[in-house]
Write a protein that binds this ligand. Structure first.
Ligand SMILES: Nc1ncnc2c1ncn2[C@@H]1O[C@H](COP(=O)(O)OP(=O)(O)OP(=O)(O)O)[C@@H](O)[C@H]1O
Length: 356
């Protein structure tokens, strides 16, 4: 089922939690709502669900205006960060619950319930836990059961609010891969709230980046990461190094140095260039060609990569990620003077907001 969010605004008292938000989610997509704490992600999810009502704007489900419809009439399934499974019920009964409480005329018979629950437990790969109680499960298993329970009533839309937020990093990583695979099997339109950039990039078909109640950008993971529409998006999605300067003749002039940025940029006195840590070449200071000078302060080995901390002559710190092999071929060490060559710079006017 497609979801169209049209010009949604929401106040809590004088506080503007959502400000004219419009998003189109095609049927079958897995979309991440990504943004810092307090930007309105959960409020938007609750409005889609019908747990909260907007001051203005509309929610269309498969083209039909659902704005005034009760949560029970919207056919949505939920998974929350702390989804309380019923402690006194087995895993099987937890998953069966939504089917058992259906009005009699829609309720499947016992045989059908057994079949459906078993199928769902296989889908979340936990059939062997059917007779356990929630207290006998790990956190990751509980969230998978919560998902099976949400899917039992065959919702047309699945809403997930930081479903893996309470789990440790390794389990989180496993579960987001698993969620992606699961979604590829069942294709239910899903909206996934997260403040974790990596999670959004890895799991979703498209990402809605939100900030202060507004949509900053909507795009595929590659689009928002490689072509951020605003400085906020550039700085929120992954690490960046900032270079302040002026743009003239297709170059960003940083102090006495000029970095080519392409002819498409209008001349401006106040610009800021964004370069991600892996978008630099590092060369010895006396290498031919132009670059920015810097000094290596620290080299931290992380598997095959080296994270290099550098200082510019003005004291500003930079972070560069480079293959350790490349560093050793170049013979670069802590304390060495180097020339930094950005391979890619995104330039914005210097009057726009950045992520904190
Ligand atoms: N019922 C409410 N009454 C008053 N203010 C609220 C209410 N619900 C949310 N807010 C405020 O609206 C803003 C958006 O909240 P929301 O929970 O949607 O943010 P979020 O992006 O999901 O944040 P987080 O990642 O921290 O959960 C916050 O500043 C929050 O304090």
């Amino acid at each position: 089922m497609s979801i169209a969010i049209r010009n949604i605004s929401k106040h809590f008292g004088a506080f503007h939690a959502l400000d004219d938000v419009s998003i189109d989610i095609p049927s079958g997509e897995l979309v991440a709502l990504l943004g810092p704490s307090g930007c309105g992600k959960t409020t938007l999810l609750r409005i889609i669900a019908g747990l909260e009502f907007a001051d203005s704007g509309r929610i269309l489900l498969e083209g039909d205006d659902a704005s005034g419809r009760h949560v029970r009439e919207r056919n949505v399934g939920f998974v929350f960060q702390h989804y309380a499974l019923f402690r006194h019920m087995t895993v099987f009964e937890n998953v069966a619950f939504g089917l058992r409480v259906k009005p009699r005329k829609y309720r499947p018979n016992e045989n059908e319930i057994r079949k459906r629950v078993s199928r769902l437990l296989e889908l979340v790969q936990l059939g062997w836990l059917a007779d356990r109680y929630p207290s006998q499960l790990s956190g990751g298993q509980r969230q998978r059961i919560a998902l099976a329970r949400a899917l039992a009533v065959e919702p047309k839309v699945l809403l997930l609010d930081e479903p893996f937020g309470a789990l440790d990093a390794k389990v989180r990583k496993e579960l987001r891969r698993w969620l992606r695979q699961l979604h590829d099997e069942i294709h239910v339109t899903s909206v996934f709230v997260t403040h974790d950039q990596e999670e959004a990039l890895e799991v979703s078909d498209s990402i809605v980046v939100m900030n202060k109640g507004r949509v900053e950008q909507i795009g595929s993971p590659d689009q928002v990461y490689d072509h951020p529409a605003t400085p906020f998006v550039a700085s929120f999605l992954g690490s960046v190094n900032l270079f302040h300067g002026r743009v003239e003749d297709g170059h960003l002039h940083v102090g006495e140095h000029a970095l080519a940025v392409g002819a498409g940029h209008a001349a401006t006195e106040q610009a800021v260039g964004f370069v991600r840590p892996h978008e630099f070449d590092l060369l010895p200071a006396n290498a031919p060609g132009t670059g920015l000078p810097g000094k290596i302060l620290r080299i931290i080995a992380i598997g095959p990569l080296a994270q290099v901390e550098l200082a510019r002559p003005n004291g500003e710190l930079l972070e560069v990620a480079i293959l350790r092999d490349t560093l050793s071929v170049l013979g670069l060490r802590e304390g060495d003077e180097v020339s930094l060559r950005p391979r890619n710079i995104r330039v914005f006017q210097n009057n726009e907001r950045l992520a904190a």
